[in-house]
Design a protein around this ligand. Structure first.
Ligand code: FAD
Length: 54
């Protein structure tokens, strides 16, 4: 979203649909917070947009 990307991170998750957001969320719940979620357009803009879940 126009922000500078960090030079390093422990985990990179590609895709900000329900699966990518869920992975990031559950990693955080496990204490893994050095996580970068990369979305090429806008969060939930993919098929997740059609589903009510996220
Ligand atoms: C019409 C329709 C109705 C549906 N209705 C329901 C429903 O009622 N209930 C239900 O449970 N499920 C429903 N589904 C299914 C559900 O939407 C999908 O199974 C689910 O959204 C898949 O999530 P995802 O995270 O795998 O993919 P997506 O939501 O598609 O997310 C993938 C993301 O990755 C991004 N991306 C792709 N390539 C890159 C890249 N190179 N770099 C960065 N980002 C990238 C995309 O922009 C996108 O945001 C429906 C699907 C459709 C098509």
């Amino acid at each position: 979203m126009g922000q500078d990307l960090p030079s390093r991170t422990e985990v990179i998750v590609i895709g900000g649909g329900v699966i990518g957001c869920s992975i990031s969320y559950h990693l955080a719940r496990l204490g893994i917070t050095d996580t970068l979620l990369l979305e090429r357009r806008q969060l939930t803009c993919g098929t997740t947009w059609h589903a009510a879940g996220l």
